[in-house]
Every structure is written in C-alpha cells, then in structure tokens.
Design a protein around this ligand. Structure first.
Ligand SMILES: [Zn+2]
Length: 289
C-alpha cells in the first residue's frame, strides 16, 4: 500500500493550531515527465508543487491557486496550478543554461513570486512577494504575513526516494480568531523542523506525527488524494484559436496543413485541420466571421 500522493490534515485542539502534511511522488514525476529540466529546476518545481498543495488545502471554498515564479535569469518562469480537489499541474520555462549547483537566486535573477487565488465564485485575489528569502518556504511565509496575517510556517523538502524524485512538506498555521499562544506555536514549529527528508518521504502520516509530536494531542483526519491533472481540452484550444485574428489562423494553417496546439503542462497535442477550423468559425464563435 502506498502512502504517497496524499494530503493529510491534522489539528492540535489544545493549541488551536492546524497542520497539513503532503507526500508527493507520482504527481511530481508526471509534472517532470517529457521535460528535460535541469536538476535545480526539477527541485524548484517540487517545492512549488508542495507549496501549492499545502496552500490549496487552506482554501475554504472551491477554486484554484497558481504559484508562479518569474524572473530575469535563465529560469524565466516556474508555475504550479492546483485546485481544492488537489488536481495539480505545472511547467517551467528555461531560456539559458542552468548549472547543477545553481541557487534559487542564480536561476531566477531578480524574481518575484505571484500567488493567484481564483475562486469558482467570486473575486480573484493576487499576492506578489519578492523572492528575498533564502528559500521558497521563507518567501511564502512572507506572503502569509502580508495577506492573511495568520502565523504560518512551511517545511518543504525535495529529493530522491527509492530512485525517484520525491517532494514532501508540512504546514502549521494558527487558527484564525483564536487566542495566540506564540510560545506554543514556536514549540510546534521547532518540533516540526526536526523532520528528516527520508522520514517525510517514506513514513506514513501517522508515524510522522508520532515521531514529531508524541507528547502532544493531535487529531489526524482522513487523507485526500493528490493527482496530476491538466485542465486543457480540445474545446479550450479551439476557443483560444478563435481569439486570434483570422489571417493569423489562416497563415498557421497554410504552413503545415494543420495547426498543432501543444499544451506545455501535459504534452498533449491538439490538431486542427482546415475542416476543423471552418467548423470552429461556423459554430464556435458567433462574433467571428
Ligand atoms: Zn494539458
């Protein structure tokens, strides 16, 4: 039985602190598949994946979160998108050589992290933080300070487990509208920080919690599976084509006899030939002519 690719929520009732634990392998490997990313980019995507999973688990409504890193370095963009169903996808855009020992700063240059929360109903929210911390987790904690003001700590680990890329993480957050016990929160943070990569990659959630907090009372809830899923579709690609000027579509069509819409996230190709395109104009978009 695998304990991978599951998100666990837990609660310290006495301290009014909530926790999350996520352990990702298949989802992470599917995001890396079909891309030849340099090692530090793979690691960063793993960190972003863990962060996005932990963040979407804090949502109190249906929606999705995109965590994006943009910079002027050889890594132009790294992005993970996930929703409250824990369906994840992501991609990175590398424009120049990245050495195997590159730091976050060396890869990204002057970078920012953009966190976009899109509820299914309601207003989109966007938070931007500069990538000043040493690690992604530090920058994310800065984001929580800016936006929600709930004391939040993240613990993100990536590496290799049983020969395959693994990414795991934990989150601790003080519950809103509760009396703050800073000392107690710090105590839980210190305990959590002692988790070893190998323990987080391999142990069932129960064992991790016991290993870290055996002197505390902690409730562990039913896990939620995390999966790789891309929301691209033939219909969406068609809609995108219809937003382009008609001459541009005709030029693209003339080049190869078909238009190949390629999804960066999952590698899927959607081919549109002349008949498909005329059908799109006929049915797809009433404003087109
Ligand atoms: Zn796709």
């Amino acid at each position: 039985m695998s304990n991978h690719d599951q998100l666990h929520r837990y609660l310290f009732e006495k301290f009014a602190v909530r926790g999350e634990l996520v352990n990702l392998s298949h989802t992470y490997q599917q995001i890396l598949a079909n891309h030849n990313y340099p090692q530090p980019v793979q690691a960063l995507l793993g960190e972003l994946l863990v962060a996005t999973s932990l963040l979407t688990a804090t949502l109190k409504f249906a929606g999705n979160i995109t965590v994006q890193i943009q910079g002027d370095g050889p890594l132009k963009l790294a992005v993970i998108n996930g929703n409250n169903q824990q369906e994840m996808r992501g991609v990175a855009r590398v424009v120049d050589e990245i050495a195997a020992d590159s730091t976050l700063r060396q890869m990204v240059g002057n970078g920012i992290m953009v966190i976009t929360i899109t509820p299914e109903k309601g207003e989109r929210y966007q938070g931007i933080v500069s990538l000043e911390g040493e690690t992604l987790a530090e920058s994310l904690e800065g984001y929580f300070r800016q936006s929600e003001q709930l004391p939040t700590r993240l613990f993100i680990r990536t590496g290799i487990h049983e020969g395959k890329p693994a990414a795991s993480g934990m989150l601790l957050q003080v519950l809103p509208a509760e009396l703050r016990h800073d000392d107690e929160f710090d105590h839980l943070v210190q305990l959590t920080a002692t988790i070893k990569n190998e323990e987080l990659f391999s142990l069932p959630a129960n064992d991790v919690l016991y290993r870290l907090y055996h002197q505390e009372e902690v409730t562990l809830y039913q896990p939620q599976p995390v999966i790789f899923r891309c929301s691209c579709s033939r219909q969406r690609c068609g809609e995108t084509l219809m937003t382009l000027p008609a001459e541009e579509v005709q030029t693209m069509l003339a080049q190869d006899g078909h238009i190949d819409m390629h999804c960066d996230y999952c590698g899927q190709h959607y081919l549109f030939d002349a008949l498909d395109i005329s059908a799109l104009y006929a049915h797809g978009n009433p404003s087109a002519h």
